[in-house]
Ligand binder design. Sequence first.
Ligand SMILES: [Zn+2]
Ligand SMILES: [Zn+2]
Length: 205
Amino acid sequence: MTQPLTFCGGLASTNAYLVDLNGHLLAIDAPEGFLDFLKTKKLKPHSLFLTHGHWDHIWDAADLADWASCPVYYHPDTAPLCLQPDSMLAFGLPQRLRPVQATQLLTDSTPPPASWPDSQLLHVPGHCPGSLCLYLPQSKQLFGGDVLFADGVGRWDLPGGSREILITGIQKKILPLPPQTIVYPGHGPTTTVGREKSSNPFLQD
Ligand SMILES: [Zn+2]
Ligand SMILES: [Zn+2]
């Protein structure tokens, strides 16, 4: 398992990743500019996974899926935002976005797509009801979206958010992962589970 390719772009400096799963190129989130980045690099993803439905993560999603002719995956609770992105106009979405349909809805109780070998899905709501993290146990990589950041956690003040649910979810589902697990977040630099467990100010009580 190699290092993921990282892209950061858009008004909210949102991270997207391209992961090579034994030759299957998985794009994770689709901020503004990610599609142009992939076109320039001539890298066509084989599937697109959306960690959650906030506008800064789905900006290029519909166009990317069209260009790559690839399936799109997200959690059922992400569907309302992805199918009616204009509902976010009142909460900071700067312009209208194209809706993006899921090819298949994913939860943490159904197996991930067969083309994502050795992967696990963790449903960690609280930032957004449909927040799904993708964990790759062999390479100890966690693609966490806006759940856990270096020295921070996702904001819980947007519709459907809850501080208690978010912190409990992180403590129950993410902190038990091996401490050396690398966290690839939706914003900011990478970190590790062990580092956040010992020093993240939101997780110390
Ligand atoms: Zn978000
Ligand atoms: Zn975000």
